[in-house]
Ligand binder design. Sequence first.
Ligand code: F6P
Length: 323
Amino acid sequence: MPRLAVMTSGGDSPGMNAAIRAFTRAGLARGHEILGIRDGYTGLIGGDFHPLGARQVGGIINRGGTILGTTRCDALRTQRGLVAACKSIRDHHINGLVVIGGNGSQAGAEALGRHGVPVIGVASTIDNDLTGAEPSIGVMTALDVAVEAIDRIRTTAMAFRRAFLIEVMGRQSGYLALIAGIAGGAELIVLPEHELTPSDVLVRLHTLHEQRRAHAIVVVAEGSAWNADRLDAYFKAQKSVEIFETRVTKLGHVQRGGAPGVYDRILATRLGVAAVDAFERGQMNVMLGMTGGAICATELCEVVRAKKPFPEHLLAMAKTLAQ
Ligand code: F6P
């Protein structure tokens, strides 16, 4: 009986559990044995494998986080760690490994693939920065959370005539900030892909004030050089309080936690089943993701090599609309 293993790795994202459930149940239905690996690459290196049955993945489609646990594992970046991971796969007689995760996790999968491990990646990160996935698992839920927060903050901002700096996740990617900013009607969006100086932001606040706007929402990506705290410190030093009093809200891990929305449950379920299909076709060293509304496979080396283009047209649109 073919033996397939599944793990989650890196930052969790809402929908990972739905993918584990779908992969496990589809695999079992086709006569495969399914093992779950705990705590990502750390568990792979340490041999932390456990059989997964249909009932063990029951009641998790609606749960955030990951029942398998996750880590950011530096050891896999070393030759020693990589060799240990490959040995662990051989020792446990694994015929195929599924890695559910984002950029760093897919880079690990690619390295394993180069060392002979039959591996399939599943695109899962709220950052939406993976080539070959539009969107990846968790993005839509994270955006819903961020936009709900922006809507709520706007009402209190209006009450006090304040400017809010709302920081959203994305260490290297401004995607969440851009889309949440557009959907939340932000007056300004600050992104690592298009850095603004703090004086650019202040000029914008002055313009809004001159237009007699009663409040302002500035959505800031966590990875911007001028993040929310730095911008706020600058404004205070410039006595911007004379135009708007400022407040900072960092949404942080609130965006990553909690129940996945319908879109992510269905996307994750489709990708989990597609991973079983891919192994049965003998496909390996690819990452599965949604592209143009269909599930597509992208070579892992391409996922690792190619930087996902930033949606410039959406930023241009955001600027036009935030007048
Ligand atoms: O998983 C991606 C991400 O959520 C980034 O947006 C964020 O910068 C980072 O993870 C936070 O990582 P950690 O949970 O390890 O602090």
